[in-house]
Write a protein that binds this ligand. Structure first.
Ligand SMILES: Cc1cc2nc3c(=O)[nH]c(=O)nc-3n(C[C@H](O)[C@H](O)[C@H](O)COP(=O)(O)OP(=O)(O)OC[C@H]3O[C@@H](n4cnc5c(N)ncnc54)[C@H](O)[C@@H]3O)c2cc1C
Length: 428
């Protein structure tokens, strides 16, 4: 057996989480090795929606990155959400109040993962200190005194001080080495299909979440892609899929053909087979670090349990991992006690938000309650304004799960209390 190539920092998986880690390290002036089993461009089953976290974080590295993305891939610029509760009563939430549509300043985008992930990889290719190895599937891990040695299927080996696992929802390292069990109460299943010719979109490309009664908690989505295409899908929590024996592919076809959507899909054609994949949700508290390793993105179960958003959290966790890796190198410490700082920062930056989304997901299981609350919202333009601000204001968002917030609104609506004022602070 050949001796392993030594490297301090090894990142497995060049999806958004792994690529972001490598880029953040490179901008800190730290070299790393980045491995992926695929050749790029490659597809990843997804809704393809990039939340505000993605441009915000990439702009922190260098605004030229997002400029290149927009110039070469022309993603759909997204300005808000159309939210359909089980009652069907439409609520439109722009991400910014009174926005002016300047595509370069869009708060979110939709871009096929074939494009977005390839773009991030191209950014990695521009950085000479990222040693990128594609077509490299890691099949074995061995804990050593100083770190890990990993072996690829073709027999090539690497030894490292810190192993950063970004191999996604089916990560073998996360499951077998870091002992992160799949818990179906905190996992979702979803299917996606690409269509051409769907009609009836908001003129400013609002993404659409349809919380249909039969699929609660979970939702059917329609996201507008460039060139008249659309990403259409259905996702539900895995415990419910199992219990009700739901065939998501068949149900997706049923929804598209149902009277509520028939007209919008009348002239549309499906251009790709329907495909599915798992979503490890961040609703369960987990320790994502240990001696000589960190788990990032889906390998660390960091997907938002309400919205299914995982790309932004993957990128964020990659940045946090890279910033800690810099300290590890400076202090020459890679032990579990030192790496626990990763979980502390994940807690501070992402966990509060994940917990909040989980509570909202739980509330939404009560269809009557969701209908009642969304009814209050729909009847009250001031509240819609508050909700729009919640997209960027985390303190405000926290109020959504407080019964007193809704009680005051209810009383204001029925004329029994003065209009509600809500204060908050901008998210850093
Ligand atoms: C149907 C569906 C819809 C979704 N919609 C959205 C959405 O609209 N917006 C959103 O933000 N999130 C969405 N998500 C979640 C999102 O797709 C994930 O959170 C995101 O892809 C996580 O990125 P990652 O880098 O952690 O993992 P991945 O994107 O899965 O990347 C993992 C990488 O690791 C590589 N790899 C795997 N095993 C090995 C190995 N043994 N050796 C080497 N390399 C390996 C793979 O080739 C891959 O490139 C959706 C998920 C699903 C399933």
């Amino acid at each position: 057996m050949s001796s392993p190539t030594p490297t301090n920092l090894l990142i497995m998986g060049a999806g958004p989480a792994g690529a972001a880690t490598a880029l953040r390290l490179s901008f800190l002036g730290i070299p790393c090795t980045l491995l992926d089993k695929s050749d790029f461009p490659r597809d990843k089953v997804c809704g393809d929606a990039l939340s505000g976290k993605v441009p915000t974080l990439l702009n922190r590295l260098d605004p030229a990155i997002m400029d290149r993305f927009r110039a070469h891939y022309s993603p759909t610029d997204v300005w808000g959400i159309r939210f359909f509760p089980p009652s069907g009563k439409l609520i439109e939430l722009p991400f910014k109040i009174g926005y002016e549509r300047i595509p370069d300043q869009a708060p979110g985008y939709v871009s096929k993962r074939m494009d977005f992930d390839n773009f991030l990889l191209e950014e990695c290719r521009r950085r000479p200190d990222i040693d990128l190895q594609l077509n490299t599937e890691i099949s074995q891990f061995e804990k050593t005194d100083t770190g890990y040695t990993v072996t690829a299927r073709d027999g090539r080996r690497w030894s490292c001080r810190l192993l950063i696992d970004g191999t996604g929802a089916q990560s073998k390292f996360s499951r077998h080495e870091a002992r992160q069990e799949v818990d179906h109460d905190h996992y979702a299943a979803a299917v996606r299909a690409y269509y051409r010719g769907v009609t009836g979109f908001h003129p400013d490309n609002f993404i659409e979440l349809h919380f249909l009664k039969e699929y609660n908690p979970g939702y059917f989505w329609i996201f507008p892609l460039p060139n008249g295409e659309a990403n259409v899908g259905l996702g539900m929590r895995s415990d419910i899929v199992k219990r009700r024996k739901v065939n998501l592919r068949k149900e997706l076809d049923k929804i598209v053909a149902s009277p509520a959507f028939r007209e919008r899909f009348a002239g549309a054609e499906q251009i790709d087979p329907t495909v599915g994949y798992g979503l490890p949700l961040g609703s369960k508290e987990r320790i994502l670090s240990g001696d000589n390793y960190l788990l990032i993105g889906d390998a660390g179960h960091l997907i938002d349990p309400l919205t299914g958003e995982g790309i932004g959290n993957g990128v964020y966790s990659g940045f946090i991992a890279a910033e800690l890796a810099e300290k590890c190198l400076a202090e020459n410490r890679f032990d579990a006690a030192y790496l626990r700082a990763y979980d502390v920062r994940i807690e501070r930056v992402l966990r509060t938000e994940l917990r909040l989304s989980y509570r909202l997901q739980q509330i939404m299981q009560w269809t009557w309650l969701t209908n009642l609350l969304t009814g209050i919202v729909a009847a009250n333009p001031k509240v819609i304004e508050v909700l729009c601000r919640m997209y960027t204001d985390f303190e405000l968002r926290k109020q959504l799960v407080r019964p007193t917030f809704w009680w005051k609104l209810f009383r204001a609506k029925t004329g029994k209390a003065p209009a509600v004022t809500v204060s908050g602070t901008d998210q850093p």
